[in-house]
Design a protein. Structure first.
Length: 315
């Protein structure tokens, strides 16, 4: 949660700065130059401080290493004397798993709605609500400030429910429903906001973005639920699909919104995002699972093993 919440905090910091830079003499290109340099600096720091696994991290304590490995139920050896097992990625089982495809669809629709909001909110605020560029940057950061704050209590509540014995799959689906159907309802309500009701428009945008915080405790962490051993591979797969959607979404928005002051065109954008949020979560609720899938077990990859676990779900 702390790691992923950083993206919301980043939006809170960068949007006001971007508004100031865009209004400066250097113009909007300065946004890309400055943040591009910062990205390079971060990459250098990550290369120095990062590590492939907790066991080879240069500054982690033995207690912290064991805590991380145990909490993730990793199969990595706990000491240098033990033989580390090289796991074979079960590509076929991953790509034929219905719970996996539920995450792919959820991740993709999340990126459509999330990217649409993050890239188009400033244009909507300046074009429809008639704020200037500097004001737009500050107002655009407000929804992400609330989302950053909500991330932590939602995560705590989900962990608390799990400790009390609630079903993992149920918790994931509840969190995801809040994260998807909440914004879907909020975006659908944008069409009834009068053109001079900028306060209501801002309130609805704050709700649409901030309620999406539940996704961190929903579909996103569900990769680990299904397969702790291959969660990294699974995230790379779902994120690939979702990133393609992130590229397509702003292009579609640009085709729909040819006049940034046209409320009707913006309503189409909001309706499309609301529909995708609704459908994405519907798929996740129906086909998502909270149990470890049988192909996570290295022994289950052996040809001689024919029996399947009860929680196996495949296409």
């Amino acid at each position: 949660t702390f790691a992923y919440a950083g993206s919301q905090l980043g939006a809170v910091i960068t949007m006001p700065i971007a508004g100031v830079l865009a209004a400066s003499n250097s113009g909007w290109p300065s946004i890309f130059y400055i943040f591009g340099v910062l990205a390079i600096i971060w990459s250098i720091a990550f290369l120095y401080f990062g590590a492939d696994t907790p066991s080879i991290h240069r500054s982690i304590s033995p207690e912290e290493r064991m805590y991380i490995e145990d909490s993730l139920r990793t199969t990595e050896a706990k000491s240098d004397d033990e033989v580390k097992q090289k796991l074979k990625t079960p590509w076929k089982h991953i790509f034929t798993s219905l719970p996996m495809w539920a995450i792919i669809i959820a991740h993709s629709t999340q990126n459509w709605g999330g990217t649409t909001l993050s890239t188009q909110i400033p244009s909507y605020i300046t074009g429809v609500l008639n704020f200037n560029v500097k004001e737009s940057g500050i107002i655009s950061a407000l929804p992400y400030s609330v989302k950053f704050i909500l991330t932590f209590p939602i995560s705590w509540l989900s962990d608390f429910a799990l400790k009390k014995g609630a079903a993992r799959g149920t918790i994931r689906k509840i969190c995801n429903t809040v994260a998807y159907w909440g914004p879907a309802i909020a975006l659908a309500c944008m069409s009834v906001v009068p053109t001079d009701g900028y306060i209501w428009a801002i309130v609805i945008l704050v709700l649409a973005v901030s309620l999406n915080a539940g996704g961190l405790s929903g579909f996103l962490i569900n990769h680990i639920d299904l397969s702790p051993n291959f969660a990294g591979t699974m995230v790379s797969i779902t994120n690939t699909f979702a990133t393609v959607i992130s590229i397509i979404a702003p292009l579609i928005c640009a085709i729909i919104v040819t006049d940034e002051s046209n409320v009707y065109q913006w309503n189409i954008v909001f309706y499309v995002s609301a529909a995708l949020f609704f459908l994405g979560n519907l798929v996740f609720v129906i086909f998502g699972k909270g149990e470890i899938q049988w192909w996570n077990d290295p022994k289950a990859q052996q040809p001689k093993r024919k029996e399947k676990k009860e929680n196996e779900t495949h296409i």
